[in-house]
Design a binder for this molecule. Structure first.
Ligand SMILES: [Fe+2]
Length: 316
């Protein structure tokens, strides 16, 4: 896709906005209630608001919420939300998206949702709902000493795609993300800040959410979190281990909805001026640096594939 287009006599070049952070992810499931209870009582998130059939949960970081879990007919992605710095940048993104022929599905304007904010929404080429927002509501500090072994923020979302090159083209040219590394031509890791990746694409048979990863403050917190899950009778589908690309620790679990969630920590920090993208071979010594996890089982692969998610739930 070209990022240069002509509309109303104006030439628009370059990304539509400078994404600052991955704020939150929204998930949809027939088992949303049980999943929300798991994320609260076992995973370590804290409810900020709830409504009929939907819960918003926060971590210990500054985001109003990092997970929205909503009742729906089938497992699906609800949306992915990124921050931009100011409402003015939201307005500018709206102008640029329209010039590129990407229809706005909401905004730019006040967001009528938990945490409020000023934002806009549009769909990516595989019909995933993307939100850009600024001026979201603050929340009171939670665990300011950083002692609890609970998630701070969403670290990354991995998305199954049927066309990894088209997905990377849209997220790099339109959204200005950078490719940090490749895992052969199977996975691409994309960043929008110094974290090695906040989004990764996985070439797959169908579009779906592969998994959502939550960041713990250290390897010690990460291991204590795994211990708490074990105390609740929840054992990893895969891990613990440390990945090559991103150098982050990993431990993957299935939530009660069958969606895959990950505890991670210590993701590599990128120096924007010095970083060089690499291509990692998919061999055990690179995908499991500690040698503790072994290869992913058929069961974890099945969970990560999920069910086909055509998106566009907002059109029904
Ligand atoms: Fe991950």
């Amino acid at each position: 896709m070209s990022t240069t287009s002509r509309a109303a006599g104006a030439v628009v070049a370059g990304p539509v906005a400078r994404l600052r952070t991955l704020r939150s992810v929204a998930l949809r499931s027939p088992d949303a209630r049980r999943a929300a209870e798991f994320y609260q009582h076992v995973w370590g998130l804290e409810p900020v608001e709830h409504d009929d059939g939907v819960a918003w949960l926060r971590g210990t970081g500054p985001e109003h919420h990092i997970l929205e879990m909503r009742q729906a007919e089938r497992n699906a992605l609800g949306k992915i939300a990124f921050s931009v710095a100011t409402p003015r940048e939201v307005d500018e993104a709206a102008r640029r998206l329209e010039a590129l022929g990407v229809p706005l599905l909401a905004g730019p304007g006040r967001l009528d949702q938990a945490g409020g904010g000023y934002g806009l929404r549009f769909a990516d080429p595989e019909n995933r709902l993307i939100e850009l927002s600024a001026d979201v509501e603050a929340v009171a500090p939670r665990d300011p000493g950083g002692r609890e072994a609970v998630p701070r923020k969403v670290a990354h979302v991995v998305l199954n795609t049927v066309d990894i090159d088209a997905a990377c083209a849209f997220y790099t040219t339109v959204l200005g993300m950078r490719i940090s590394d490749w895992s052969e031509h199977q996975m691409a890791f994309l960043r929008c800040n110094s974290d090695h990746h906040v989004i990764a694409f996985n070439q797959a048979e169908w579009t779906s959410v592969n998994h959502v990863a939550y960041e713990l403050p250290s390897v010690d917190h990460f291991m204590r979190g795994i211990g708490r899950l074990r105390h609740h009778g929840v054992t990893p589908l895969w891990g613990p281990g440390r990945h090559g690309p991103g150098n982050n620790t990993f431990s993957y679990f299935a939530d009660p909805a069958g969606l895959v969630c990950e505890y991670t920590s210590e993701v590599e920090q990128v120096d924007e001026d010095a970083w060089l993208c690499r291509v990692w071979r998919r061999v055990p010594e690179l995908s499991d640096l500690w040698g503790t996890a072994g290869p992913p089982s058929k069961d974890v692969r099945r969970h990560m594939a999920g069910i086909p998610d055509p998106g566009g739930w907002w059109q029904k």
